[in-house]
Design a protein around this ligand. Structure first.
Ligand SMILES: [Zn+2]
Length: 140
């Protein structure tokens, strides 16, 4: 995943954002199915963007990480409410927290994460879906 910027004021998150915001036509979306929700230890340096550790070492900053933070990856079906088209999408980290309204503390335990996310279904929001990614997201 490329650049992520989050503006809490606008409730807007942009992934790989290179175009003007009004270029995107947002769809009404609904998450009703979660296939998988996993957490993994990752580098706590902000610049490393939650990179998964390999052998306790960050592959970006190359530091050995003893008490890193947690990252997560959640595979979901996202339905377009108007067209009934369903897209399988992998969400990670900031996107998961934004869409499901959870915090990093909720990532402590894989089993608890799955049940926490399931309780929140169905999750609805507006976004642009393209190439199995979400581009501009409005959370109410
Ligand atoms: Zn790092």
């Amino acid at each position: 995943m490329g650049q992520i910027s989050v503006s809490l004021e606008d409730n807007l998150i942009v992934v790989d954002f290179e175009e003007e915001a009004d270029y995107f036509e947002k769809a009404d979306l609904k998450i009703s199915t979660i296939y998988e929700a996993v957490t993994y230890p990752c580098c706590s340096n902000e610049a490393c963007r939650k990179k998964k550790l390999q052998n306790k070492r960050c592959v970006i900053c190359l530091e050995e990480v003893k008490t890193g933070s947690k990252g997560c990856r959640v595979v979901v079906d996202i339905d377009d409410v108007n067209t009934s088209k369903t897209t399988k999408i992998t969400l990670s980290n900031a996107l998961v927290m934004l869409v499901f309204g959870i915090t990093e503390d909720d990532l402590a335990d894989d089993d608890k994460l799955v049940s926490l996310l399931c309780i929140k279904l169905p999750v609805t929001f507006k976004a642009k879906v393209s190439d199995n990614r979400l581009y501009v997201i409005d959370i109410e």
